[in-house]
Design a protein around this ligand. Sequence first.
Ligand code: F6R
Length: 245
Amino acid sequence: MKVIRVSDYAELSRKAADLIAEEIREKPDCVLGLATGSTPEGTYKQLVAEYEAGKLDFSRVRTVNLDEYRGLPGSHPQSYRYFMDTHLFSRININKKNTFIPDGLAPEKEECEEYEKRILSLGGIDLQLLGLGRNGHIGFNEPGTSFIMETHPVKLTSSTIQANARLFNDPEEVPRRAVTMGIGTIMSAREILLIVNGEDKAEALQKALYGPVTPSCPASILQDHPALTVIADEEAFREIQACGS
Ligand code: F6R
C-alpha cells in the first residue's frame, strides 16, 4: 500500500488527478473505474482543467462507475449518471458511448449480470477510484457485505441514506435501494486509488488501513490489494496520528 499524505482537499484533488492523467497518458484506451460523491468532485475539476489546457485526451478512454441508485432515471439531478455527465463527461472529449453506469431503471438482477459482463468485455478495470463512507463502505457495499460479491442490488443502510439526504430536497426522496459493483469486482481492478478527506472520515480511514480485515469495515479488504494507493488529507489522518499507527 502506498499512502500519500496531503495538507488539504485542493492538494488531494491535484494529486489524484495527476495519477489518473498518468494512467490515461500511459494507456490512452484505459478502463477507469469511477466514483461519485463529494470527494472526487475536485479531482474531476482538475481533470477537466487538464483537458481544457490541451494536456489530456479522453477520446479513447472507457469508464465504468461503481454504483447507481435504483428508481432514478439518468436525467434525475441526483442520479449518478447525471452527476458524472455534469461533473466530467459533458466537459471532456470522452465518447459517452464508452461511459458505463448501472441503469437504475432496468430489471435489477439482469442489470447486475450485464454490468459484470460489460466490465469483463472491456478487459477489466485498469484503475479504480474510490471514496470512503463514514461507516467504511466502498461503492454501496455496506458493513457486513461479503468480500467476494460481484455487482449486486443493495438495500441502503440508514446511515448512508442520512449521509446522502443532504443532496435531496426532501430526505424522503432518497432512494432506499441501489446497484453496486461488489467488493470482488472492485478488488479485481489492476490498481486502486482511494481518496479520503475530512475529519468525519478519520475513524473509517484508521479502521480501513490499520484495523483488522473484516466485512464490518468493507474498505479494510483494500489492505490485501497488491496495487493500492491512498491519498488522504491531514484531517482524515487525525485518528491515525492519535493512535500512533
Ligand atoms: C460513490 C460511492 C460511495 C462514496 C462514499 C463517500 O459512487 O460509491 O461509496 O464514495 O459514500 O462519499 P462522499 O465522497 O460524498 O463522502
